[in-house]
Design a protein around this ligand. Structure first.
Ligand SMILES: *Cc1c(COP(=O)(O)O)cnc(C)c1O
Length: 358
């Protein structure tokens, strides 16, 4: 990916170097506008990283101590940490085991008088069933903050993720579908007041030099990353279609192996294929056999948040969230990147077939 755009990216980096304007300048303004257009939302606010994007969105929506926020039981821990950071309590909801995404039919049972918000995570690039989630949220007076860190380029019924909820946080960590060359993140929203408030929060609570209206933070997208992200955003649609093609090839090559569950999409969901995740009871053996043939795979994620020492205080023992635990024990992410060839997909798929057919 990076070799193909080296000249374009270096030119953008030189432009920032020479401008001598490194924080909150024209590059951030241009990127925020371009990212809003891409997501079909009214506002983007660039911040320091994905975790802070989620936490600032929650804080700007006045979620804090005493509040409960529904989160998926099988997400990356950052979703939960954002809730904890504002002093609220993450309340896990089990996913649909077929899609690994938040199951809207399980939301009602998790509600208490303290529930304030839902955080759907578009895991592995697949959008959650947002129309149903939004209807439920509105029925129960709940706010919705999407975690769009893995799904830049995804859509549900044609609408891009990141624009369904009251706000959405995303990450431009280097390995995300839209990755910077360091840490970066953003909030998207259609609410102008919220966007303005987050712009104050990210910059010491200040909209005007030496005038501080809020107890703010320092969490800013920097000019260099914004310039790089502008270049990469221009390629994102093409990269996303390559990811879709690679996923289709995997599915074609791997269909019909008993004991191997392929990714399933909800009707209306168009995935950005951040990851192609299969499930198998023999995950560790398969991973080892692939590694022996020089095929690298990863597990997203081997330990669910409730089983991390950091969340021991919630008192959720092994077995408390069986779907999340089962997914953690069986999931395997196959190699997938824009620029990967069909021949490489076939090589990986053949190695997997040999494992099952032996
Ligand atoms: C990467 C990621 C984050 C956090 O983003 P950072 O920029 O690394 O802080 C949050 N949620 C999910 C689902 C992620 O994949």
């Amino acid at each position: 990916m990076h070799a193909a755009i080296r000249d374009e990216v270096l030119e953008a980096m030189c432009r920032v170097y020479d401008s001598q304007w490194y924080i909150l300048g024209p590059e951030v303004v241009h990127f925020e506008q371009a990212y809003s257009d891409f997501n079909q939302v009214k506002h983007t606010v660039g911040v320091g990283n994905g975790l802070e994007a989620l936490a600032l969105a929650l804080r700007a929506l006045s979620i804090g101590p005493g509040d409960e926020v529904l989160v998926p039981s099988n997400t990356y821990i950052a979703t939960w940490l954002a809730v904890s950071q504002v002093g609220a309590t993450p309340v896990p909801v089990e996913p649909d085991p077929a899609t690994s995404n938040l199951d809207p039919t399980r939301i009602k049972a998790a509600l208490t008088p303290r529930t304030r918000a839902i955080m759907p995570v578009h895991l592995y690039g697949q959008p959650c069933r947002m129309p149903e989630i939004m209807v439920l949220a509105r029925q129960h007076g709940l706010l919705v903050v999407e975690d769009n860190a893995q799904a830049q380029g995804a859509s549900f019924n044609g609408q891009p993720t990141g624009g369904f909820g009251d706000a959405s946080g995303t990450s431009f960590y280097p390995t995300k579908n839209l990755g910077s060359l360091g840490d970066a993140g953003a909030i998207t929203t259609n609410n102008a007041d919220l966007a303005e408030y987050i712009k104050l929060l990210r910059n010491y609570g200040s909209g005007q030099k030496n005038h501080h209206t809020l107890l703010g933070y320092n969490s800013r997208l920097d000019e260099l990353q914004a310039a790089v992200l502008q270049v990469k955003l221009r390629h994102l649609a093409a990269w996303t279609s390559q990811r879709r093609q690679l996923a289709a090839w995997y599915t074609e090559q791997l269909t019909g192996l008993s004991g191997l569950q392929l990714p399933a999409l909800a009707a209306g969901a168009e995935s950005a294929w951040h990851l192609y995740v299969v499930h198998t009871a023999r995950r560790d053996a398969l991973q080892q056999q692939l590694a022996a043939q020089g095929i690298g795979t990863l597990v997203h994620y081997p330990v669910p948040p409730h089983r991390q020492p950091a969340y021991a205080h919630l008192g959720l023992p092994a077995g408390a969230l069986p779907i999340a635990e089962e997914l953690a024990a069986t999931s395997l992410s196959l190699p997938l990147w824009p620029g990967m060839t069909e021949a490489t997909v076939v090589t990986v798929a053949q190695a997997i077939r040999r494992f099952y057919e032996r």
